[in-house]
Design a binder for this molecule. Sequence first.
Ligand code: ZN
Length: 231
Amino acid sequence: MNQDIACHASERLAREQICEAGRMLYDLGLVAATDGNLSVRLAPDRFLCTPGSISKGFMAPRDLVIVDAAGNKVSGTRNPTSEILTHLAAYEERADIIAVVHAHPPVATALTIAGVTLTAPVVPEVIMGLMAIPTAGYATPGSSEGANVVRPWIGRYDALLLDRHGAVTVGMDPIDAAMKMDKVEHTAKIVHAALTLGKVQRLDPDAVTKLVAFYDGHHARPFGQYPFPEP
Ligand SMILES: [Zn+2]
């Protein structure tokens, strides 16, 4: 087993955490009906994921499915999520992460439909925790295209929007990734409210420099400077 690939320590706990994170996403209104999917890396070639056609707010640990690194089902009575290839692409790009969440946060998704991005440095806590939230290109939901649009971004960012199709977040466990999804939607609400009031004012460059230094001091992979240049 490759020791450099981060994996969850307990399949039993991972099953419970996916169900708990699913309830959290559902209660927050970030996954409607049977939308969204969650996964955990159990081993370099084993991934626990949510099945399709089930509400993420009402899952039991036994509902979850285990797949291999190609997305083929290894065990479970249901079929794996149709977005499993997007999750696997994230794990391939990030040896350091253990969980992936995909949800449909409504305000964040609306911003991508309106052509508004979350890449400007406007909310200090976003820079401190996520650096920035880029927008990946459009892909047909449930297709292999999702993996292609996520790959260029997920290597550097823990949270990104998918054009017209929600967002993807990664973390050290499902709760961590779900909280980042909550943060994405919260940020989208703030930016939307600011736009409604008139304009989105960027942070002062000196303030951005300090926030980037904070990020770099708390993350294994430093950015060194804010990644999106001022226009
Ligand atoms: Zn989706």
